[in-house]
Design a protein around this ligand. Structure first.
Ligand code: ADP
Ligand code: MG
Length: 594
């Protein structure tokens, strides 16, 4: 007898659930997308224990009659496509008819729904995929879906859920994305019986962004003038030059209303800022691409996070044009006003780097140059001894950025920020090996506005942040601490008591944003193993170096050089940016030759 069998329906749904439903955040995504497809004007998301205990999504959309309510729990039951041709013109968020049966097969599930025109609604209860109760219900028109004890019957998957805080942060991040994609819908979010946010419906994306992230976030953004080319349109907001972040959490790219992460959408942004923003940084942006639904294939990923574009080239050119024109207008404008100063994230093209004369000839210029640097090789490199140092004469400072020394072989430039980064990195790494970084208590604690998702992330990683010297506590919506005033806005507050000592001259907001941003880029669950400590030390070092003052006078300048040369790997920052460079007499002569 053959061994191929048709899977029973429940089992098939549980298998499909593995693809569609990874964690509470993905359940929320599917449910809220269904509400959006149902034409909801107001959506409420409640969750408990990071969503593992309960997720409840309530909408005021079109609702379903009893037979549709039962049908939607069948696999491949969807009201959104009828024939294969429809696939090429999808305008709804869902279309596979997989989500509800999948979710219902791995939870204690309740669907309560009523169409406006019906006298009574329907309540259906499903446990682990089995319908065991169908009755009348008297809810308001719309649909409410409750997902309890996610994965209660699939222990292997339940084990994969992360801590409550992390799941909650992911979940909030997901709601934030949906709320940004649909400012026209009012969203309310309730976490463990406390309201995290209540966002009023608005036609203005800027209002929605401000309600979520606070006024200071919106000030960092510039609106794109809409660009259109060959049927592809883009509009949205992009950060001002200098506001680069090392992770892409704040880069949201939407295609026809659906959040899509794709290099085709994000690379042009990075490309547009080559030469303006240092390597490894990305501009925060909220971009909406609109195109003929037939030009995108959404049916390549079960959770629809990836798509295939018919013409990636057009998308690239539209994105590039939009970003460049936005920045072009800012820099021209600001330069004209004389207030354009490169922020800490803004590194004008690095000056050409020449290898210092004391390096042996075996190290080629190419090897020295930033991009080729590999720290293992640098560790071979000889360090000039202190006697060599006294032969250097100090010439002064240049452009608020370089120390100039004259040496036998010409002019030696030390880039102050890079040098500090290297010095602090090695110091911090040693400190982290044996404890935490120093922290500086603020005279008056500072209270910052933050989005609920950021606050939840901070709560989930407070131990790590304290190691870095940041002592902060969230309160108000989204936070763990006592409940703040409702106020009708989404953002909550973070009370900062102490900051990393070496960074204390920077604005507190900047410290928090950059630190969180850097740590986030370490991945989902950063830990303090060796790699984690190196990354943390590098992050705080970069931060602290950005806030450091110029060395005052010759003695301080020499100290800095000495500190640098006492490092294990003095020639580059942890990320491989050179700390020193030299202009040889030969090169100077060339410049003054006709
Ligand atoms: P899909 O969204 O891919 O069609 P789902 O399993 O997510 O598949 O949903 C199945 C069907 O159930 C939908 O096509 C829709 O007709 C109906 N449905 C689901 N959620 C809602 C809702 N909140 N309001 C109205 N109808 C809904
Ligand atoms: Mg759906």
């Amino acid at each position: 007898m053959g061994s191929i069998r048709l899977l029973p329906d429940i089992l098939a749904s549980q298998v499909a659930a593995g693809e569609v439903v990874e964690r509470p955040a993905s359940v929320v995504k599917e449910l809220v997308e269904n509400s959006i497809d149902a034409g909801a004007r107001r959506i409420t998301v409640e969750f408990q224990r990071g969503g593992a205990r309960l997720i409840r999504v309530t909408d005021d959309g079109c609702g379903m009659d009893r037979s549709d309510g039962l049908l939607c729990l069948e696999r491949h039951a969807t009201s959104k496509i009828r024939e294969i041709a429809d696939l090429s013109a999808i305008t709804t968020m869902g279309f596979r008819g997989e989500a509800l049966p999948s979710i219902a097969s791995v939870s204690r599930f309740k669907l309560s729904t009523r169409r406006r025109e019906d006298e009574v609604g329907t309540l259906i209860e499903v446990t682990g995929g089995k319908i065991h109760e169908v009755q009348d219900s008297g809810e308001a028109p719309g649909t409410r879906i409750e997902v309890g004890d996610l994965f209660f019957n699939v222990p292997a998957r339940r084990k994969f859920l992360r801590g409550e805080q992390t799941e909650a942060a992911n979940l909030l991040q997901q709601i934030e994305i949906l709320a940004v994609a649909h400012p026209e819908i009012a969203f309310t979010c309730i976490r463990d019986d406390r309201e995290v946010f209540r966002l009023a419906a608005t036609e203005d994306l800027a209002v929605r962004l401000r309600d979520l992230h606070g006024e200071s976030f919106i000030k960092k953004l510039i609106p794109l003038s809409p660009v259109e080319n060959q049927g592809v349109r883009v509009h949205g907001w992009i950060a001002r030059p200098g506001e680069g972040r090392s992770d892409r959490t704040l880069q949201m790219t939407f295609v026809n209303g659906r959040m899509i992460r794709s290099p085709i959408l994000s690379l042009p942004l990075r490309e547009a800022c080559d030469g303006v923003l240092a390597k490894g940084l990305h501009p925060p942006a909220v971009l909406f691409f609109e195109m003929d639904p037939a030009a995108v294939d959404c049916n390549v990923h079960p959770a629809k996070r990836e798509v295939r574009f018919r013409d990636p080239g057009v998308i690239r050119s539209v994105a590039l044009m939009a970003a460049r024109s936005a920045w072009g207008s800012v820099s021209q404008h600001s330069v004209a006003l004389g207030d354009f100063s490169p922020g800490p994230g803004l590194d004008p093209l690095f000056p050409p780097i020449t290898k210092p004369s004391w390096l042996p000839a075996s190290v080629s210029q190419k090897e020295f140059s930033a991009r080729e640097l590999d720290s293992a090789r640098i560790a071979e490199l000889p360090v000039p001894d202190a006697s060599g140092l006294s032969a250097l004469s100090y010439l002064g400072q240049l452009a608020g950025r370089y120390l100039l020394f004259e040496e036998q072989e010409g002019l030696m430039l030390l880039e102050i920020r890079a040098a500090r980064e290297r010095i602090l990195y090695e110091r911090f790494l040693a400190q982290l090996g044996s404890g935490s970084l120093g922290s500086q208590r603020l005279l008056i604690p500072e209270v910052l506005e933050m989005s609920p998702a950021d606050l939840a992330w901070i709560d989930a990683h407070s131990a790590m942040l304290e190691k870095a010297g940041l002592v902060a506590e969230s309160f108000g919506p989204g936070g763990q601490g006592s409940r703040g005033g409702g106020g009708g806005f989404g953002k909550g507050s973070l009370k900062v008591d102490a900051v990393p000592a070496d960074a204390s001259s920077l604005p507190v907001m900047e410290i928090v944003v950059r630190l969180v941003d850097e740590l986030r880029s370490l991945g989902e669950a950063p830990s303090l193993d060796k790699t984690g400590r190196e990354a943390l030390a590098a992050s705080v070092a970069r931060l602290a170096a950005a806030g450091a003052r110029m060395p005052a006078g010759e003695e301080a300048a020499r100290m800095l050089l000495l500190d640098l040369l006492s490092c294990d790997l003095p020639y580059a920052t942890p990320k491989g940016r050179p700390t020193m460079s030299q202009i040889s007499p030969g090169e100077l002569t060339r410049r003054f030759t006709a």
